[in-house]
Ligand binder design. Structure first.
Ligand SMILES: [Cu+2]
Length: 120
């Protein structure tokens, strides 16, 4: 058996829209109209949201046990696991059985819930 690995093809998703800068027009023709640009209020949260169900709230350890769906940004399959929380207030906002949407990021090696909201 001569299996030959020819290497891994990495698809670099080049979203490179090479915008050729602003044309500084000396005639001062303001061609760009100031259309209503959507306010970047939600720009702080970049990672996608993950659905989950709270299983356990550990206030002392500041941890939440969550049965979570697939976490796209971490490449993690659905499972039940313990998370740290970025904000201790999260621990008072949910209780076992609550359906939530959350954003999980790896902070200093620990999987941490950085945003959490209950789903009615
Ligand atoms: Cu997990």
């Amino acid at each position: 058996m001569n299996t030959r690995l020819t290497g891994i093809l990495v698809l670099a998703l080049a979203t490179g829209t090479a915008v050729a800068g602003q044309a500084t027009d000396p005639t001062a023709q303001h061609a760009h109209d100031h259309a209503t640009v959507p306010t970047a209020a939600s720009a702080a949260v970049t990672a996608p949201q993950t659905e989950g169900e709270i299983r356990k709230v550990d206030v002392a350890a500041q941890k939440l046990t969550v049965k979570h769906g697939r976490i796209e940004n971490l490449g993690m399959s659905p499972m039940t696991m313990v998370f740290r929380v970025k904000d201790p207030a999260f621990l008072t906002q949910v209780k076992p059985g609550d359906q939530v949407k959350m954003t999980v990021e790896r902070i200093e090696g620990a999987l941490t819930i950085v945003a959490l909201q209950r789903v009615p």
